[in-house]
Design a protein around this ligand. Structure first.
Ligand code: HEC
Ligand code: HEC
Ligand code: HEC
Ligand code: HEC
Ligand code: HEC
Length: 177
């Protein structure tokens, strides 16, 4: 995109110029968020399948999932419980120890994320309703690399559809707080 030099800006009246700038930044902001979402790399090419096959359970790493709203993504200390010394010759695995040596966290990107106006609690769905992770997230236990997009997108209709099946209230205020 070419930016006009200051001297060549058209002679806009102040309100029109202000509106123009607001529109410019609003559109730029949206494009930037889209770019971040579809074009990122997780700090390590984490392999769910390998860990699940080795008997590591979902709650070992997503420690909030039975007791809190947020499932949570694991802190590096969780990985170090098993990876303090090398289990494999994988270069990805070595990144855990070099991050730890540098005193850094692993900055995982959350991919499945609702708009902030929607309230969702894992505890309610996992511990009270006893739903399987796969109902909402798809077959994660088989995935061998981090996804760029959610395995399954939960739209409002998907939430309400399941609530109707289970005879659960679907008042606007239950989800929008
Ligand atoms: C009823 C649907 C549903 C079920 C069942 C469910 N999740 Fe989720 N999960 C969601 C939604 C919706 C989000 C996005 C939440 C948000 O934006 O706050 C999410 C987000 C996550 C996240 C990333 C962000 C975070 O910290 O919450 C992880 C990790 C996760 N879920 C793991 C699990 C695991 C593990 C299970 C099974 C023990 C599970 N989920 C069961 C719907 C579900
Ligand atoms: C409860 C033990 C345990 C925890 C906790 C754990 N791992 Fe592992 N990890 C393993 C085992 C077992 C293997 C497989 C070793 C093999 O293939 O022989 C493995 C293998 C790996 C590998 C190399 C294999 C591959 O191809 O991907 C990476 C990378 C890895 N883990 C990353 C992580 C990260 C990142 C964390 C923290 C989010 C973590 N692990 C937490 C037990 C664990
Ligand atoms: C050894 C640690 C570990 C185990 C065990 C583990 N996860 Fe994860 N999980 C992670 C890490 C690290 C990420 C972020 C990187 C990625 O997406 O692969 C993640 C991401 C996720 C996400 C995506 C969150 C998002 O932002 O969209 C879901 C859903 C999830 N895990 C569910 C599960 C389920 C279900 C199980 C059990 C079958 C499980 N996990 C077992 C470490 C683990
Ligand atoms: C079971 C939960 C649930 C109920 C009940 C519910 N919603 Fe939603 N609503 C959602 C989810 C999830 C989204 C999507 C959020 C996202 O995109 O991350 C949403 C999105 C919306 C949006 C924004 C649309 C958009 O494009 O982002 C509006 C407006 C809305 N809901 C209104 C309502 C109204 C009005 C009612 C009552 C008639 C209602 N909702 C009931 C879960 C619910
Ligand atoms: C696979 C089925 C299923 C899906 C998908 C699902 N839910 Fe639920 N949800 C339930 C069940 C069952 C309950 C009732 C739990 C109980 O007994 O308390 C519930 C309860 C709730 C409650 C508490 C109900 C109340 O009246 O206060 C909220 C809030 C909620 N869900 C939000 C959501 C949102 C938001 C989504 C989508 C992002 C969603 N749910 C997706 C099955 C589901």
């Amino acid at each position: 995109m070419k930016f006009p030099r200051l001297g060549s800006l058209p002679n806009l009246t102040p309100p029109a110029a202000v509106a123009g700038f607001i529109l410019f930044f609003a559109l730029g902001g949206t494009a930037f968020v889209e770019l971040q979402r579809s074009n990122f790399r997780q700090p390590i090419a984490f392999n769910h399948a390998k860990h699940v096959e080795n008997g590591v359970s979902c709650t070992d790493c997503h420690t909030g999932v039975e007791t809190q709203a947020q499932a949570t993504l694991p802190a590096i200390d969780t990985c170090l419980n098993c990876h303090q010394t090398a289990l494999t010759s994988s270069a990805e695995e070595a990144k855990i120890r070099s991050a730890a040596a540098a005193g850094k966290e692993l900055a995982w990107v959350q991919v499945t994320q609702l708009a902030p106006h929607v309230f969702f609690s894992h505890r309610r769905h996992v511990s009270v309703a006893h739903l399987a992770c796969t109902e909402c997230h798809g077959p994660i236990e088989k995935s061998t690399a981090p996804p760029q997009r959610p395995w399954r997108v939960l739209t409002m209709n998907a939430c309400i559809g399941c609530h109707q099946q289970h005879g659960v209230n679907a008042d606007c205020n239950d989800c929008h707080r």
